[in-house]
Design a protein around this ligand. Structure first.
Ligand code: ADE
Length: 228
């Protein structure tokens, strides 16, 4: 699988793949990461990539030309590339999207900076458009990393233990039950005694009850959505 980040600021992204699980996945050739800078395609003599908004409005908007040319070159190289735009003006990204996108062979994430991207670019090239939440970031780079991380851990072989995928929050309608590590007692704080007794069916029912409590407390909307 290939992830291509279409961004003016690849240095904001690169470091994330230099450690831990995703670094190992790249070393095992499970996926590769590439970068494409729209500025390299700008026909402006100063390599400008943005301009003031037509019709007025604050801030600069990314011009169509560098992005049209960058994305055309990407599609010419790989006609199957799936192009995802990151903007707060979009549907929210959820776990089901992460699973679905993990079956693509090549995803390109297009990050806007400044006040956004000329709408004609999105109209022409977007296979899908996502927001990662109801807040405004300074650019799409963090959002593209969030989505790339969530997608990549669903690709076969990225996680050491694929069981960890099936019990996670959002894999069912409930948030995941709390986890504990060792020691069993730390500074007078003990893990729930049921976790210690080794009766797996009892542990399962306790975990289910705790999942329900967590969901009711933190995400009552989830319970309503699934009629629980
Ligand atoms: N760019 C700026 N804010 C964003 C958000 N919330 N989600 C995706 N892309 C963004």
């Amino acid at each position: 699988m290939t992830f291509t980040f279409v961004t003016l600021f690849s240095n904001l992204i690169e470091g994330y793949f230099n450690d831990s699980i995703l670094k190992r996945a790249i070393e095992k050739n499970i996926f590769e990461v590439k970068y494409l800078n729209p500025r390299d395609f700008s026909l402006n003599k100063h390599s400008k990539v943005d301009d003031t908004a037509v019709g007025g409005g604050a801030g600069m908007v990314m011009n169509p030309q560098p992005l049209f040319d960058a994305l055309d070159s990407l599609k010419k190289e790989d006609e199957n590339v799936y192009i995802v735009f990151l903007t707060p003006v979009a549907k929210p990204f959820v776990q089901n999207d992460a699973k679905r996108l993990s079956n693509k062979s090549h995803i390109a994430f297009v990050s806007g900076r400044y006040e956004g991207i000329d709408e004609r670019v999105i109209e022409k090239y977007a296979d899908e458009v996502f927001s990662i939440g109801d807040y405004i970031l300074t650019g799409g780079e963090l959002a593209s990393l969030v989505i790339c991380d969530a997608v990549s851990r669903n690709i076969d072989g990225v996680l050491g233990n694929s069981d960890s995928l099936t019990v996670e929050s959002f894999e069912s309608e409930l948030l995941e039950a709390p986890s504990f590590s060792k020691p069993k007692n730390y500074e007078g704080l003990s893990v729930p005694s049921e976790y210690l007794k080794g009766n797996h069916s009892k542990i399962r029912s306790l975990k289910l009850a705790l999942s329900e409590c967590k969901t009711k407390f933190f995400r009552p909307d989830q319970l309503k959505k699934h009629n629980i």
